[in-house]
Design a protein around this ligand. Structure first.
Ligand SMILES: [Zn+2]
Length: 143
């Protein structure tokens, strides 16, 4: 039994093209495409989207891709999503963002006066300029 006989080519109306496209029938109501005949510039699996820095973003799959593992010959199916409706992967979760903001804030607090001078302090002194200058004057190293 060959895949070709099991899945005959079917010319069908598809959501990602104005023209009818050759498919291998349908799977659970979605056009079924074989590996290699899916338009890679229009449709992508979740994994392929991820490689592009995208995610489906709540969009439903528009087609199903099938293929066969080289060694086991087991068939696999993967949902295909429209690349056009995919959204960028969130670069940071809110928790990560908060943690980073806290780290940045800690970097701005002067270790002498405990104030936030609203700029990131030099890592060598961790002091705001007034405190740094005061310390320098006290130790007699000021110019
Ligand atoms: Zn200070």
């Amino acid at each position: 039994m060959t895949v070709a006989r099991r899945y005959p080519w079917v010319l069908a109306t598809v959501s990602w093209s104005n023209a009818q496209q050759f498919t291998r029938g349908t799977h659970e109501g979605l056009p079924l495409l074989s590996h290699g005949c899916a338009p890679r510039d229009v449709l992508a699996t979740r994994r392929q989207l991820r490689a592009l820095g995208l995610r489906p973003g709540g969009a439903d799959p528009v087609a199903v891709l099938y293929g066969r593992h080289n060694h086991s010959k087991a068939q696999w199916l993967a949902s295909l999503y429209l690349i056009a409706t995919a959204v960028p992967v969130r670069p940071m979760t809110p928790a990560k963002h908060t943690a980073l903001a806290k780290a940045n804030l800690a970097r701005r607090i002067c270790r002498s006066c405990g104030r936030d001078p609203l700029y990131v302090l030099p890592t060598s002194t961790r002091q705001c300029w007034p405190c740094f200058e005061a310390d320098a004057a006290a130790t007699g190293t000021a110019a």
